[in-house]
Ligand binder design. Structure first.
Ligand code: R5P
Length: 288
C-alpha cells in the first residue's frame, strides 16, 4: 500500500499506478500547540511504501509519524521513499561545532524503515548515513523529456563541475548536444559567483542542468552570463524544483525560457514524474 506524505501526494498517486498498489487514506492534522499529526486510519497491508519529500521540518516529523503509524497498523515491511531529501546539503560539519544534519535526519528515518529509496540526494555518500538498505535513483535522464524537439545546436551546461554528470546524462537522453560547466564559488547560502564556461553560447539553445534550484541564485547568474553571451533560448532544468523565496522571480527576470523540474518537489514546473524510476527501483530490490 502506498502512503503519501502531504508534500508528495501527486507522486504517491503516480507510484500507486506504476506499482498497481492501492493508495492509502491519510489524515494530516496539527495540534493547537503546532505539533503535526499524520495518521493512516484505514491502512491494511503487509507492506507500506511511504512516499514523503522532506522539504520542511514538519515534513520530516510527518515522515517519522507515517512510518510509525503503518507499523502500528500492522505493516511487516516499510519502504521509505524520500524523493527530495531536505537537510542533505549539510552533509558535513563545514566549521567546528556544526552538525552533520544529513546524518542526523537519516538516522532518524532509518529507525522506521527496512529500505530507503532516494532520488538524486545531494551526494551519493549520504546513503551511508542510513542504517538501512538504500537505493539511489538518478532522474537526470527524464529531464530531457519535456524539452522541445527543435533545440538549436544545443548546449547542456551544469552550473558547477560537480553536476556535469547530470548535464551529460540529460544530453545523452536528449540524443544530441555539447556539454560543459561553469566554475562556481559559493560565498553564502544566497551569494554565489559563477564564471562563464568555455563553450560558446551565441545563437544556441542552452539547457542548464542542476540537481536543485533552491534560492535560484546559481541558476539566475548562469542565465545572466548566457544572455550576455548571446544565447538563444535558455532552459533551467533540475531534479528538485524547490524554488524557495524569490527564486522564480529571479529566474524570470534573468530571462529564462522555461523552468523544468520533476515531481520530487511538487510545483507547477514539475513537468515530468520520477514515479517510473522509483517503481523500477522498488521492483528491482523485490526481485533480487
Ligand atoms: C549545489 O551544490 C547544488 O548543486 C545547487 O547548485 C544549489 O543547491 C542551488 O542552490 P541555489 O538555487 O540556492 O543557488
Amino acid at each position: 500500500m502506498i502512503v503519501p506524505g502531504a508534500s508528495s501526494q501527486a507522486l504517491a498517486a503516480a507510484l500507486a499506478d506504476e506499482l498497481d498498489e492501492p493508495l492509502s487514506a491519510v489524515e494530516y492534522d496539527r495540534f493547537p500547540d503546532g505539533e503535526t499529526f499524520a495518521a493512516v486510519p484505514e491502512f491494511d497491508a503487509d507492506r507500506a511504501v511511504v512516499v514523503a519529500t522532506t522539504d520542511s521540518n514538519d515534513a520530516w516529523i510527518e515522515l517519522l509519524q507515517l512510518q510509525d503509524a503503518v507499523r502500528e497498523a500492522g505493516a511487516a515491511e516499510v519502504v521509505t521513499v524520500i524523493p527530495y531529501m531536505g537537510y542533505a546539503r549539510q552533509d558535513k560539519a563545514f566549521e567546528p561545532g556544526q552538525p552533520v544534519s544529513a546524518r542526523a535526519v537519516a538516522k532518524a528515518a532509518a529507525t522506521g524503515a527496512d529500505r530507503v529509496v532516494l532520488v538524486n540526494p545531494h551526494e551519493d555518500s549520504i546513503a551511508d548515513f542510513f542504517d538501512a538498505h538504500v537505493t539511489i535513483c538518478d532522474a537526470a535522464g527524464v529531464l530531457a523529456e519535456p524539452l522541445p524537439d527543435d533545440l538549436v545546436d544545443p548546449l547542456f551546461l551544469s552550473p558547477d563541475s560537480g553536476a556535469v554528470e547530470l548535464a551529460e546524462a540529460t544530453r545523452d537522453a536528449y540524443g544530441t548536444g555539447e556539454t560543459d560547466y561553469f566554475e562556481k564559488v559559493r560565498h553564502s547560502g544566497t551569494d554565489v559567483e559563477i564564471t562563464p564556461s568555455d563553450a560558446e553560447p551565441a545563437g544556441r539553445d542552452v539547457v542548464i542542468v542542476d540537481d536543485i534550484i533552491a534560492t535560484g541564485s546559481t541558476m539566475s547568474q548562469a542565465v545572466g552570463h548566457l544572455d550576455k553571451g548571446g544565447a538563444a533560448r535558455v532552459f533551467a532544468t533540475c531534479v528538485h524544483p524547490l524554488l524557495a523565496r524569490d527564486a522564480r522571480t529571479k529566474l524570470e527576470r534573468a530571462g529564462i525560457e522555461r523552468i523544468v523540474g520533476t515531481d520530487t518537489v511538487e510545483r507547477d514546473v514539475s513537468a515530468v514524474s520520477v514515479a517510473p524510476l522509483i517503481a523500477a527501483a522498488i521492483d528491482a530490490v523485490d526481485s533480487a
